[in-house]
Design a protein. Structure first.
Length: 381
C-alpha cells in the first residue's frame, strides 16, 4: 500500500512537470492577473452531493462571500468557483491540475477527504497556490514543510485529547477504538490511542473493518469479556451511523464517544432512537456567548432561517481568512499571502481566537462535547 501511494504521488508530480510552466512563473502570473482583474477567483472543490445533503458548508462560504463583497477587498470582489470533485481521486487530481494551470485562480478551499487531499495538496504546493483545507484534520498535512497549505480545522491530536479527557471524566477506564480504513481513520485512531495512554485509559481493543453485524457481534463479545466501558469512534458518515446502529442493536446502552467526522446535520435523523447518548466532539457550540459567534449566528439565521453547523463555520472562516490576508497585505502574491497567514497575530473569529503555527496548522479554536438527549443535542461544556 505504501508503495502504491508513492507511485501515485510520483505520477502527480510528473503531471505537474508536464504543464511546461515553472511554479514561480505561475505565481507571478497569478499576482499580475489578480491585480488587473475586478474579481478574485477562489476555487472550492468539494463532493457536492455530500456537502449539500449532510452539511451547511456551502451556506457558510456563501454567507462570507456576501459579507466580503458588500465592501469588497482592496476595491475588488471575490468570485467562488464551486466544483464537484465527486469524492473521487482522479477527478480531484484533474481539478487540481486545472486550478494550478489557471492563473486566474488565486486560492483554493478544499478538498474534503484525507485520502484525496493529502496527495493532491502536493500539486497545489508545487504550483505555489494558496490553499485552505477546512475539513481534513490529519496531521500529515502539516508535517511536510509546505508553505502554501493551511489546515483550518482542529487537528486529530486535539480532537483525540478532548475525547479521552471526556472518557476519563465519565469514569470510563477501559475503552475500545473503532476506526475506518482510511488516512483519516488510521491517523485519528493512533492519536486516540496515544492520548488514552496519557490519560491513564486502557485500550482493550483497536479495530477497523467491522462492516457486518456478525463481525461486530464477535468483536463485542470480546469487548464484553474484557469489561469495556466505552467505544471511541474514528469514522465518517454514513459509515459511522451504520456502525452505531449495529452496535446499538447488540448493546443499546454501549457508551459511544465520536470525533467530528460524525458531526453532520442529519446524524440524529439518520439514527433515530439509536443516537441517544452518543457523545460527539465538535468545534461549534450554539451556547458560545462570544460576540463573534452571536454576530455570525444572527447573520446566518437571517439569510437561511436555520441554525448553522460546524461546517458552515468552516466554510465561512476559510474564505474570511483569504480575504483578511489580501486586505491586510494589500497584495495578491501567493507568497506574501501565505507568509501573512503563517505570521498572523491571534485573530478573534467565530470559532475562537485563531492563528497558524509555523507548519500551517490552526491554533486557538474552541472544542466542545455534545450528547444526544431526547432526540436533541445538549452541550456539556
Amino acid at each position: 500500500m505504501k508503495q502504491i501511494k508513492k507511485v501515485i504521488i510520483l505520477w502527480i508530480v510528473s503531471l505537474l512537470v508536464l504543464t511546461g510552466c515553472s511554479s514561480s512563473e505561475l505565481a507571478v502570473q497569478r499576482e499580475k492577473q489578480a491585480k488587473k482583474a475586478n474579481e478574485i477567483v477562489v476555487a472550492v472543490p468539494v463532493p457536492l452531493a455530500f456537502a449539500k445533503q449532510n452539511t451547511k458548508f456551502l451556506q457558510g462560504i456563501n454567507l462570507a462571500l456576501d459579507e466580503i463583497n458588500t465592501a469588497g477587498v482592496n476595491g475588488k470582489k471575490i468570485k467562488l468557483a464551486i466544483v464537484d470533485d465527486q469524492a473521487n481521486f482522479k477527478t480531484a487530481v484533474d481539478l487540481a491540475q486545472r486550478f494550478s494551470r489557471e492563473t486566474g485562480v488565486l486560492a483554493v478551499i478544499g478538498h474534503w477527504y484525507s485520502d484525496i487531499c493529502l496527495p493532491v495538496a502536493k500539486i497545489y504546493e508545487e504550483a505555489e497556490l494558496l490553499t485552505i483545507v477546512p475539513t481534513v484534520s490529519n496531521p500529515e498535512l502539516t508535517q511536510k514543510g509546505y508553505q502554501y497549505i493551511f489546515q483550518s480545522i482542529t487537528s486529530d491530536k486535539k480532537i483525540a485529547e478532548k475525547m479521552c479527557a471526556y472518557a476519563k471524566s465519565q469514569g470510563y477506564n477501559r475503552v475500545v477504538i473503532c476506526y475506518e480504513e482510511s488516512s483519516y481513520g488510521e491517523n485519528l485512531a493512533q492519536a486516540i490511542d496515544e492520548e488514552a495512554q496519557e490519560n491513564g485509559l486502557i485500550v482493550i481493543d483497536r479495530r477497523c473493518g467491522l462492516v457486518t453485524s456478525e463481525q461486530l457481534q464477535s468483536a463485542h463479545d470480546k469487548w464484553q469479556a474484557l469489561d469495556f466501558d466505552a467505544v471511541l469512534v474514528a469514522l465518517n458518515m454514513p459509515e459511522g451511523a451504520s456502525f452505531i446502529s449495529r452496535l446499538r442493536q447488540i448493546n443499546r446502552d454501549a457508551a459511544v464517544i465520536a470525533a467530528d467526522g460524525l458531526d453532520v446535520a442529519d446524524f440524529i435523523d439518520e439514527l433515530g432512537q439509536k443516537a441517544e447518548g452518543v457523545v460527539i466532539v465538535t468545534t461549534y457550540s450554539p451556547d458560545d456567548s462570544r460576540s463573534q459567534m452571536a454576530g455570525f449566528t444572527q447573520k446566518y439565521q437571517a439569510k437561511y432561517h436555520e441554525q448553522p453547523d460546524v461546517w458552515a463555520i468552516q466554510g465561512y472562516e476559510s474564505l474570511q481568512l483569504i480575504a483578511r490576508a489580501m486586505a491586510e497585505t494589500k497584495s495578491y502574491s501567493p507568497a506574501v499571502l501565505a507568509n501573512y497567514l503563517r505570521q498572523m497575530e491571534p485573530w478573534p473569529t467565530v470559532s475562537g481566537t485563531v492563528s497558524f503555527n509555523e507548519n500551517g496548522e490552526i491554533e486557538g479554536r474552541n472544542i466542545y462535547t455534545k450528547v444526544v438527549v431526547d432526540g436533541h443535542f445538549q452541550y456539556t461544556d
